[in-house]
Design a protein around this ligand. Structure first.
Ligand code: ADP
Length: 216
């Protein structure tokens, strides 16, 4: 599902990734751990095509992404990759339902279809009652679940999460983690999760340790 070969990346004179080779299979839940500054977020951003490597090859779900032009790449990203960040990054002026609809609308799906899909996704995540609430009216755990619904609306093949439970209390953290595994079991998605949370990392199928820009 995800194939990285010889990925390098520098910011100025700082080489952050020093040749990453990695294969992640369909339906795997993989955690990426390592010390702060090791290059975990940079790797996730590159995997998600939000940033470009200096060298190396990336194949996602059979598509060699380096070969895509900018417009094709953003359509590909919107369809194939769901992102969940530490802070939910919901748009405050929109309701939960509207936030979840956004990637579907970008994908060119009609407003009525997007609304139907977003309702189904919120329902699936136990948030049906919260559809018309704005982010400020939701709890931290609910906001993060809305962000997960938004990440999943286009049924991406890959979900990339950067410290997804980093801002949550213990109970919400447990529920969010359970949700990831549930989604993988029900929808067959591939999850890559950058985390400091050793408990979450221990539950995943595989843990990848990044130290000083390399896989240990
Ligand atoms: P981690 O997620 O493992 O904490 P990051 O990938 O966020 O590490 O960062 C790795 C290193 O790259 C850090 O030293 C960070 O300061 C640097 N870095 C990350 N992004 C940028 C950027 N856009 N410009 C300059 N330096 C960056």
């Amino acid at each position: 599902m995800i194939q990285l070969e010889g990925i390098t990346k520098s910011f100025g004179s700082l080489q952050v990734l020093k040749g990453i080779d990695l294969i992640i299979n369909k339906g795997e839940v993989v955690s990426i751990v390592g010390p702060s500054g090791a290059g975990k977020t940079t790797l996730l951003q590159i995997m998600g095509t939000l940033d470009k490597p200096d060298s190396g090859r990336i194949v996602l779900n059979g598509t060699e992404v380096n070969r895509l032009k900018e417009k094709e790449l953003s359509a590909f990203r919107n369809k194939e990759i769901g992102f969940v960040f530490q802070f939910h990054q919901l748009l405050p002026e929109f309701t939960a339902l509207e936030n979840v609809m956004i990637p579907a609308l970008i994908q060119g799906i009609s407003a009525s279809e997007a609304k139907k899909n977003a309702r189904e996704m919120l329902d699936f995540l136990g948030l049906a009652e919260r559809a018309s609430h704005k982010p400020a009216e939701l709890s931290g755990g609910e906001k993060q679940r809305v962000a997960v619904a938004r990440a999943l609306i286009n049924h991406p093949s890959v979900v990339l999460a950067d410290e997804p439970s980093g801002s949550l209390d213990t109970q919400n953290k447990i529920e969010l983690h359970r949700l990831f595994f549930d989604l993988r079991d029900k929808l067959g998605q591939t999850f890559v999760i950058v985390t400091h949370d050793e408990e979450l990392a221990a539950q995943t199928d595989r843990t990848i340790h990044i130290v000083d820009g390399m896989i240990k």
